[in-house]
Design a protein around this ligand. Sequence first.
Ligand SMILES: Nc1ncnc2c1ncn2[C@@H]1O[C@H](COP(=O)(O)OP(=O)(O)O)[C@@H](O)[C@H]1O
Ligand SMILES: Cc1ncc(COP(=O)(O)OP(=O)(O)O)c(N)n1
Length: 267
Amino acid sequence: MSVLAGNPPVALTIAGSDSGGGAGVQADLKTFAAHRAFGTSVITALTAQNTVGVRAISAVAPEFVAAQLEAVLDDLPVAAVKTGMLATPETVALVARFAPRLPNLVVDPVLVASSGDRLFTADAERAYLELLFPHAAVVTPNLREASVLLGRDVLDADDAVKAAADLAAYGPRCVVVKGGHLRGSAEAVDAVWFDGRTSLMTAPWIDTANNHGTGCTFAAATAANLAAGAELPVALAEAKTYVHAALSRSASWSLGAGHGPLGWGPF
Ligand SMILES: Nc1ncnc2c1ncn2[C@@H]1O[C@H](COP(=O)(O)OP(=O)(O)O)[C@@H](O)[C@H]1O
Ligand SMILES: Cc1ncc(COP(=O)(O)OP(=O)(O)O)c(N)n1
């Protein structure tokens, strides 16, 4: 048994609960643990969800989200933060007010689950752009989220490159437009805008239906790497490698009738 010398880095997820354990807070805490970060959580919504879809959502009142944030931040040395499902524009505004206390802020603007179920108030997405993006170290929309945020189609790698640059105008230090829903390529391609330049980040494509929670896992791994002191480009590259490994581990599992979870480890 190995014993850690000193304290582990502390990471915080501000996100919704996925009862099925594949996405949301559950995915984030498992990802933090796999990175040897001490995970803390502020829950913004409960979802009754499984590998097939989302059956019901109950948003947590913003005052109670604030109470959770105060409790964690008043006591624990949080070194990086990931936001996932924030559910309502009121909660986006609240998290933005806490931004000065949220170091290394990774914003995954969760709007719609891959199952097609909405996870954020319709037509209120500008709250993300105007209130939260300016505080982010990195924002990580998928293709559909980039489309909704920009009000135009983002369908292929060229569109993703342009979208990353356009979203950067809202003030985050870095933008990753994730290409996990691009089809017909041997590679999983993401567009990254950083320091005024756009590049592509790639990994071999894993052919599996067990892809529920890839976005949560990527953002949480990035936050865990930042909490451990990694520079942003390294944090992103290592998160990409980790998602690939986690997808490989669970590729042949059959947990649930729909899109199954990732193998975060140590399985
Ligand atoms: N089948 C796959 N094989 C390899 N990488 C993947 C696969 N699906 C998604 N990814 C990667 O997982 C990360 C999350 O992307 P994506 O699935 O688009 O996010 P979301 O879950 O938010 O829709 C990205 O780095 C993407 O390239
Ligand atoms: C509670 C909760 N949060 C986030 C998601 C979306 O997860 P994500 O990894 O972005 O994507 P998919 O698994 O839907 O592809 C969720 N479903 N539930």
